[in-house]
Design a protein. Structure first.
Length: 60
């Protein structure tokens, strides 16, 4: 599975879709390079940032 394809799907998903499929969205998160992870946080809507922050911190 290409990281670029996964990134595009996650980046284009609506927040309600991400929340509905949170487990599925979280599954590839550990495989994403840090540079791509940053794109989900920098300049994103605060609710979307919060969603991804929770996903990324749950990986620890």
């Amino acid at each position: 599975m290409s990281t670029d394809v996964v990134h595009r799907v996650l980046a284009n998903a609506e927040l309600c879709q991400l929340r509905e499929h949170e487990e599925t969205a979280a599954r590839p998160a550990p495989l994403l390079p840090p540079k791509l992870k940053a794109t989900y946080l920098v300049g994103a809507d605060p609710d979307r940032q919060r969603f991804w922050t929770e996903i990324f911190t749950s990986l620890v």
